[in-house]
Design a protein around this ligand. Structure first.
Ligand code: PSU
Ligand code: MN
Length: 306
């Protein structure tokens, strides 16, 4: 199983000993945040997972090798690099076959985590159904991946750059459990409540771990989306961000931005237009998700042994 994924020593040892591991994506580093905050956040997230009793496994493709667990030099090189390829499900095999380097999206990170035997993955936000998808057909491959790959993904819901009601509808169609943590509302990334009900609610890492293992036991393919609300002190009210998001979206439309470029363009413009305020919130919620991811991974390990 681990022949296809190159694990660093720390991750290999943790997996061999049945200790908790939390996967992390690298597109958030290369396309989700600017340098140097991307590198500082990547390091802080890894530290958070360690202090919560688990081992971090940042995933990327380096020179055609699927990697889980990056050393400091690899992490820094990715964070500083410009024009890194953004790899989703469609791109992974081509990147490996041709010896390329790229960062992994939520979808690709789930695939590599599964290959490595990692059950839990923590990030910021997932991709989803874009506004205007009825014209553009722009629906992230992340949603299909959640339907087929057995990894529990901890995110702060999805950004309001997306059409959130349509995103929830597609997840329902695909049979993906969308589980809000500790509240009934579906959290919308920068805000705790998007005014939409979450389909499911669980209040503890134990219950989330049990649901993960039960899904496996029942032979239901796919993962779970754990929607963890941003800490209240880091929240930005949805109505304050609405004009910023609308401006970024109309710029994207005017420039004819399409395909893989849409999400990175919107994320970058929103950071600029908000004067960096959204970035501060983004960092807080990723750390919060890392802590919860570690707790879920610990609970899964306890139950797998016991
Ligand atoms: N949403 C965020 N931050 C991110 C991303 C999404 O709030 O960094 C990244 C993730 O890697 C996600 C990808 O998997 O963008 C989705 O891209 P697309 O919409 O092209 O599928
Ligand atoms: Mn897309």
């Amino acid at each position: 199983m681990t022949e296809t994924v190159d694990l660093n020593a720390e991750v290999a040892q943790a997996l061999a000993e049945g200790r908790p591991v939390v996967a992390l994506e690298s597109t958030i580093i290369t396309h989700g945040m600017p340098y140097p905050e991307n590198l500082e956040t990547a390091r802080a997230v890894e530290a958070e997972i360690r202090s919560a009793g688990a081992t971090p496994a940042t995933i990327a493709v380096l020179d055609g090798v699927l990697r889980a667990g990056l050393d400091q030099a690899d992490l820094e090189a990715l964070a500083r690099a410009k024009g890194v390829a953004k790899l989703s499900r469609a791109d992974l095999a081509v990147a490996v076959a041709t010896g390329r380097t790229g960062s992994t999206t939520v979808a690709a990170t789930m695939i590599v985590a599964r290959l490595a035997g990692i059950d839990v993955f923590a990030t910021g936000g997932i991709g989803g159904v874009h506004k205007g998808a009825e014209e553009s057909f722009d629906i992230s491959a992340d949603l299909q991946e959640l339907a087929q790959t057995a990894v529990t993904v901890v995110a702060a819901g999805a950004k309001a750059i997306l059409d959130l009601p349509k995103t929830l509808e597609v997840l329902e169609t695909l049979g993906v459990p969308v589980i809000a943590v500790g509240q009934d509302a579906f959290p919308a990334f920068w805000s705790r409540d998007a005014g939409l009900a979450a389909p499911l609610r669980l209040d503890s890492p134990e219950d989330i771990a049990k649901a993960h293992l039960t899904r496996r036991r029942l032979g239901i393919p796919g993962g779970q989306l754990v929607a963890n609300p941003i800490p209240a002190e880091a929240e930005i009210p949805a109505e304050e961000l609405a004009p910023v998001i609308a401006q970024a979206q109309s710029e994207a439309d005017a420039r004819g931005i399409a395909g893989k470029a849409v999400t990175p363009f919107l994320l970058g413009r929103i950071t600029e237009l908000s004067g960096g305020r959204t970035l501060t919130s983004n960092i807080a919620l990723v750390l919060n998700n890392a802590r919860l991811g570690a707790a879920i991974a610990r609970e899964i390990c306890n139950r797998e042994i016991g």
